[in-house]
Design a protein around this ligand. Structure first.
Ligand SMILES: [Fe+2]
Length: 207
């Protein structure tokens, strides 16, 4: 009798287990739809580029915070640039997940630690970095368009390209203002003070 029962129920148990294991398997997306692999790889490279930029801005912020440099306004400004790049990297990761893809993480470059950044050099470097970042975003947009990935094209245009051009304009203005007042002396002291006041105003009374 026992042998007969096992013979009947064994295939049933096996089939139930199989259906559970296929429901709970972790590999493979359930929502991926028309998300080209080349675009996914391009976005992963973009995540690394954003993290590289965040690290570079962080290192510049650290120079302005030194007691031998003492430009607290530029220290806060470059920390904000760094935080923005980290937010961009996070936003890209959310986007890859939204499309049912996987972010692939690569090593990020250590910025040079022997540069005595002045405000003018650092802002010029920021313009250079942001120009290259914009070029990379345009290439990524082209790649998405080549694959007819309309969603990715719109995301790049709306969430990144608009901000890139606005950011470049602000950096260009900042460079002109530094050139006008001079990179060392009372002019840059006043400018730094004004930048710092903006950050102090942003803080809540509880900070
Ligand atoms: Fe960025």
């Amino acid at each position: 009798m026992l042998v007969v029962t096992e013979a009947i129920f064994q295939p049933l148990v096996h089939s139930i287990r199989k259906s559970f294991s296929s429901l709970c398997k972790t590999g493979g997306s359930h929502i991926r739809f028309k998300f080209p692999q080349e675009v996914e790889e391009g976005i992963s490279r973009q995540i690394t580029a954003e993290l590289d930029a965040a690290y570079a801005y962080f290192s510049m912020a650290s120079v302005f915070g030194r007691d031998s440099v003492a430009l607290p306004g530029f220290h806060e400004l470059f920390k904000e640039f760094s935080n923005e790049e980290l937010q961009h990297a996070n936003h890209w990761i959310d986007y890859i997940n939204l499309r049912g893809g996987n972010a692939k993480f690569q090593s990020i470059k250590a910025p040079p630690d022997n540069v005595d950044w002045t405000p003018l050099c650092a802002v010029a470097k920021a313009i250079d970095m942001e120009t290259k970042m914009t070029q990379e975003l345009l290439k990524l947009r082209e790649l998405a368009e080549k694959h007819n990935d309309v969603h990715a094209v719109k995301f790049i245009e709306d969430d990144y390209l608009v901000e890139q051009y606005d950011g470049l304009k602000k950096l260009g203005d900042l460079k002109s203002q530094i050139e006008r007042v001079g990179d060392d002396g009372v002019g840059i002291y006043i400018m730094d003070h004004n930048i710092l006041r903006k950050y102090e105003k942003k803080k809540t009374p509880c900070d």
